[in-house]
Design a binder for this molecule. Structure first.
Ligand SMILES: NC(=O)c1ccc[n+]([C@@H]2O[C@H](COP(=O)([O-])OP(=O)(O)OC[C@H]3O[C@@H](n4cnc5c(N)ncnc54)[C@H](O)[C@@H]3O)[C@@H](O)[C@H]2O)c1
Ligand SMILES: [Zn+2]
Length: 365
C-alpha cells in the first residue's frame, strides 16, 4: 500500500531504468508537476529547454511546468503541435527543427515532451536528431505513455507507407510522472492505457494481475493509493524488460502480446475508430484463446483475462472481418521474420513466450 502524506497525496516513488551509462530514473507521484523543474535541470544539465506539447495538454499543464522550470533557473520555450497520431510526421518534425533553431537551442539544451505517446515519440525523435542529439525528458500525461511509450527510448514518426517507420532508439534522461494530470484524461483514454498495464501483468507478473483484479475500479477513478503502486509496477516491468533487451532482439518482443492482431484491427478499422489500447485488449483475448487452443495455457486463462478486460470497460471481441482481411493484416506485421510471425502466447497469467506461426496458424479457419 502506498503511504498517504498529510496532503492526501502519496509519496513520490522512483524506478530506475538500468542501461549502463544511459540509465535514468522514472519518478512517479501525485501532484508532483510543480516539482519537475529542478529535477529536469539536474537530470539534463541544460540551461534552456523547449516544452513540446499539444493544445489540450498545454493549456492545462504547460504554465505550471514552465513556472517550475524557471524556478530552477532555466530559460523555457514552448512549441504546441496539433493533436492526433498524424502529427507524428516529417513536416511537423521539420517545424520543430525550425523552432529549435529560432530559439537558439544548442547541445546544452533539452526537449521536454509534455503529453501522450504522440508528443513523446515526435519530440523524442526531434531531440535524438537535432544537432545529433540534445537532452530529452518525458513528462507523460496519458496512462499509455506513462507505463509504455515514455519508457524504453523508442522514438519515431510515421511515413505515409506506415507507422513509426523512421525513428531512433534514444533514451530520455528522466521520466517525470504526475498521475494528477490524468484527471483531465477522458475515461475512454484511461481505459485504453490500462490495457497495457493488464498486458504487463499478463506476460510478466501474476501479482500485478491479481492487484488489478482487486483494484481496477479504484485505479481507473485515479485513487492515488490504488493507482500509484499499479503504475509503478507496470513501469518497473517495462524498465526491467528494456534493461534486458533495449533493441528488441529478445525478451522485449513479449511486450507485443496482443499486438499482432491489434495492429491488423487498427489498420483495418482505421486509427481514429479504435484506440490502440482497445485493439490491444481484443488482441490479448484472441491470443489467450489461441494459447489455450494450442495447448500452451491451461483452460481458464482466457476467461480470467477477459474478466479483467471487461472490468476495465474495454472491448473484447474482434470485429467480424472476413478471415482474409485478418490474414492480410497479419502479413504486414513488421516484427515477422520470413513468413512466420513470432506470436506471443501465454503459458499462464504472469508468464509468456513466443512461438513461430504462419498467419494461417495464428488465425485458422
Ligand atoms: N515509443 C514507444 O515505445 C511507444 C509505445 C506505445 C505507443 N507509442 C505511440 O504512442 C502513441 C499513442 O500514445 P497515447 O495513447 O498517449 O496517445 P496521444 O498522445 O494521442 O494521447 C491521447 C489523447 O489524449 C489527449 N491527452 C493526453 N494527455 C491528456 C491529459 N492529461 N488530459 C487530457 N487530454 C490528454 C491527447 O491530446 C490525445 O488526444 C502512438 O503514436 C504510438 O505509436 C509509442
Ligand atoms: Zn501497445
Amino acid at each position: 500500500m502506498a503511504v498517504r502524506k498529510a496532503s492526501g497525496a502519496v509519496k513520490r516513488r522512483k524506478i530506475r531504468v538500468d542501461l549502463g551509462d544511459r540509465s535514468y530514473p522514472i519518478q512517479i507521484g501525485s501532484g508532483t508537476l510543480d516539482e519537475a523543474g529542478p529535477a529536469i535541470a539536474k537530470a539534463t544539465g541544460a540551461s534552456q529547454v523547449v516544452i513540446v506539447t499539444v493544445p489540450e495538454v498545454g493549456k492545462r499543464y504547460a504554465a505550471r511546468l514552465t513556472r517550475s522550470l524557471k524556478s530552477a533557473g532555466l530559460k523555457v520555450h514552448r512549441v504546441v503541435v496539433p493533436d492526433g497520431d498524424s502529427t507524428k510526421n516529417l513536416r511537423e518534425l521539420a517545424r520543430l527543427y525550425d523552432a529549435f533553431l529560432e530559439f537558439g537551442l544548442d547541445r546544452s539544451s533539452a526537449v521536454v515532451a509534455l503529453g501522450g505517446g504522440v508528443v513523446g515519440d515526435l519530440a523524442g525523435f526531434a531531440a535524438a536528431s537535432y544537432l545529433r542529439g540534445i537532452g530529452f525528458v518525458q513528462v507523460p500525461t496519458t496512462i499509455l505513455s506513462m507505463v509504455d511509450a515514455s519508457i524504453g527510448g523508442k522514438t519515431a514518426v510515421n511515413l505515409k507507407q506506415g507507422k513509426n517507420l523512421v525513428g531512433a532508439f534514444y533514451q530520455p534522461s528522466l521520466v517525470w510522472i504526475d498521475i494528477a494530470t490524468l484527471r483531465s484524461l477522458p475515461a475512454r483514454q484511461r481505459a485504453a492505457g490500462m490495457a497495457e498495464v493488464i498486458k504487463a501483468g499478463a506476460i510478466w507478473d501474476a501479482r500485478l494481475f491479481s492487484k488489478l483484479e482487486k483494484n481496477m475500479k479504484a485505479a481507473l477513478s485515479l485513487d492515488p493509493v490504488a493507482l500509484v503502486p499499479i503504475l509503478q509496477r507496470a513501469c518497473a516491468i517495462k524498465a526491467q524488460i528494456v534493461s534486458q533487451d533495449e533493441r528488441e532482439a529478445g525478451v522485449r518482443i513479449l511486450l507485443n502480446f496482443g499486438h499482432t492482431l491489434a495492429h491488423a484491427v487498427e489498420k483495418k478499422l482505421g486509427y481514429r475508430k479504435v484506440l490502440h489500447g482497445e485493439a490491444v485488449a481484443m488482441g490479448m483475448v484472441f491470443a489467450a484463446k489461441r494459447s489455450e487452443e494450442l495447448g500452451f495455457a491451461p483452460d481458464g486463462t482466457r476467461e480470467r483475462l477477459e474478466n479483467l478486460i471487461n472490468l476495465a470497460g474495454l472491448p473484447m471481441a474482434l470485429p467480424c472481418f472476413p478471415r482474409r482481411a485478418y490474414l492480410s493484416g497479419l502479413q504486414v506485421d513488421k516484427k515477422k521474420t520470413d513468413k512466420h510471425i513470432r506470436f506471443v502466447v501465454l503459458h499462464k497469467i504472469g508468464k509468456a513466450d513466443t512461438v513461430r506461426l504462419t498467419p494461417e496458424e495464428i488465425y485458422p479457419a
